[in-house]
Design a protein around this ligand. Structure first.
Ligand SMILES: [Zn+2]
Length: 250
């Protein structure tokens, strides 16, 4: 039973991941997410079933459009695979209960944001608003202890990033600030602070390494969203363990 659910969630994740690519790419342009059907951005050919099997199409077509041969971004299959893996892992980690809805919604939000932030360096309000409702309801059904820590977490997350934006004079985007409101809602106060700490740490390490190998230019802005995503997911799954470990150091 467990294994079947695990595989089932993996496949659902693959398929939804494919949809999240569309959402993340289209919402910032105010395009419809259902019409037109997915097409090659280079030759405009409408994609058919063969082109749309998550991950496998990309491998089978060797990362190129079937008609015009234009390279397809590896971000697409990566988001599909990641969503599949994270859906399955969420079930493994939290089990089959109300918290799983929070986990799956949280993963979905973070995957869509990754797509938008990588492509456009922006986190769309529409997506945040949609998930504010979903995660709000999910958190009411599966509250943190104490329940009001979700609200404090949201305020602290939002406030902390707003403060940094003010102090750094725009070093933090408006989307990042609003995103941390949602992260606070999901994680509660303590873990929100941990998520922020991990995000900046990962950002600094990867950013520093990128500069070292010349892939990132010092004055060129890089999207902070993906680091927030990694930091928040690490905290969602392992926050307790990390905080416990940290406290044993004293
Ligand atoms: Zn094409």
């Amino acid at each position: 039973m467990e294994t079947i659910l695990l595989i089932y969630l993996f496949i659902i994740g693959l398929l939804l991941g494919s949809f999240f690519n569309v959402v993340g790419l289209r919402i910032p342009n105010n395009e419809s997410i259902v019409k037109p059907r997915s097409h090659c951005t280079s030759c405009n050919r409408t994609l058919t079933a063969i082109d749309l099997v998550p991950v496998f199409s990309y491998i089978f077509l060797k990362g190129k459009c079937r008609t015009c041969g234009t390279k397809i971004s590896a971000i697409y299959p990566l988001i599909e695979l990641l969503t599949g893996l994270l859906f399955a892992f969420s079930f493994y980690k939290v089990g089959f209960n109300q918290e799983l809805i929070v986990a799956l919604a949280f993963v979905s939000l973070l995957m869509i944001i990754t797509v938008s932030d990588i492509h456009y360096m922006l986190i769309p309000d529409k997506v945040l608003l949609f998930f504010l409702v979903i995660l709000g309801i999910a958190r009411v059904c599966s509250p943190v202890t104490p329940w009001w820590d979700s609200i404090i977490g949201a305020i602290v997350g939002f406030g902390l990033l707003a403060l940094i934006a003010i102090v750094s004079k725009g070093g933090m985007g408006g989307g990042d600030i609003k995103l941390f409101f949602l992260i606070g809602l999901v994680l509660g106060t303590k873990e929100t602070l941990l998520a922020f700490f991990l995000s900046t740490l990962i950002g600094a390490v990867i950013g520093g390494f990128g500069m070292l190998i010349g892939k990132i230019k010092r004055n060129k802005p890089i999207p902070f969203g993906p680091f927030i995503v990694i930091g928040s997911l690490m905290t969602y799954y392992y926050g307790d363990t990390i905080i416990e470990w940290y406290l044993t150091l004293f």
